[in-house]
Design a protein around this ligand. Structure first.
Ligand code: CP
Length: 316
């Protein structure tokens, strides 16, 4: 089975069976990262370009590691040292990179829709590594995998996504992902950070932190995306943290075995207290570990996978 598309642009367009395929493929790749020699020949001879117009630690590194663990050549382009600073357009940059015959381009950009636009210009697969406040599909897939690993299934679970929903591509991808995978999704935050009509995506919205926490199996805390806010949306960081930051006191309202997720980077003491980020309920570093396996699965399913008899490569 393969994905029903050339590119991975968002979770919105994926069907449930495609998400399941991505997750089961990621599960099968996890053990590669536990080996002494962390490499399989699956994508030997393939070239993957990471084109990041925005800062990244986790996403860029794990796409690179994923490519290398599958024996592909991974090239990272940092926009600050590329000819973009000389005025080259995104389209020209992409077409010039394509002329070097890569097999896949992974792109992160501050403008929503950039990966979709590139996918129309480029013959090779395009992977969205985060576009503006639109989508971050590989993040949602790794979040789904992390929860599925702990709870066995996402069907019927309750997840609350808390914070700056308006500016969060992680929130949007996770709303699509968790609802498609049978979960009940609640989004919570101050009224200025809850976009009007968000319920149309299939979630419930509340401004009450207590309501979001009570009964949830999973709490996903989000960073305030100040880089996307034209002006501050709350009186002060201290005020935000007092009302919407997750700390021991607020956690008392939660289920005793609640799982805590955060896509990172975390702002300790703002949206999450250090004792919770580092505590027994936190899966923050499991998410990062799963990010490599999920990105291996994305490459595998977009760059040939089963069709070219690469399945054996998984076990090689
Ligand atoms: N979660 C995430 O996208 O982190 P980075 O911005 O570090 O890639």
């Amino acid at each position: 089975m393969r994905l029903k598309r050339k590119d991975l642009l968002g979770i919105e367009e994926l069907e449930r069976d495609e998400i399941e395929l991505l997750l089961s493929t990621a599960e099968s790749f996890k053990e590669v990262s536990e080996r002494e020699i962390k490499k399989v020949p699956t994508l030997r001879g393939r070239t993957i370009i990471n084109l990041f117009y925005e800062a990244s630690t986790r996403t860029r590194t794990s796409f690179e590691i994923a490519a290398k663990r599958m024996s592909a050549d991974a090239i990272n382009i940092s926009v600050s040292t590329s000819s973009v600073v000389k005025g080259e357009t995104l389209r020209d940059t992409a077409k010039n990179l394509e002329a070097m015959r890569p097999d896949c381009i992974v792109v992160r950009h501050s403008s929503s829709g950039t990966p979709r636009m590139l996918s129309r210009y480029l013959a090779c697969p395009v992977v969205n590594a985060g576009d503006g406040a639109h989508e971050h599909p590989s993040q949602a897939l790794l979040d789904l995998l992390t929860v599925k690993e702990k709870l066995g299934s996402t069907d019927g679970i309750k997840i609350s996504i808390i914070g700056d929903i308006t500016h969060s591509r992680v929130a949007r991808s996770n709303i699509y992902g968790f609802t498609k995978m049978g979960a009940e999704v609640t989004v919570a935050g101050p009224p200025t950070m809850l976009p009007p009509g968000i319920e149309k995506l299939g979630c419930r919205a509340t401004t009450s932190m207590e309501e979001a926490i009570r009964g949830a199996d999973v709490l996903m805390m989000l960073r305030i995306q100040s880089e996307r806010q034209a002006e501050p949306l709350f009186p002060s960081v201290r005020e935000y943290s007092r009302l919407y930051g997750l700390d021991e006191a607020k956690l008392r309202a939660a289920k005793k075995d609640v799982l805590i997720l955060h896509p990172g980077p975390i702002n300790r003491g703002v949206e999450i207290s250090p004792d919770i980020a580092d505590g027994p309920y936190s899966l923050i570093l499991d998410q990062v570990t799963n990010g490599v396996a999920v990105r291996m699965a994305i490459f595998y399913l977009l760059l040939g996978g089963v069709k070219e008899g690469l399945q054996e490569g998984v076990k090689a």
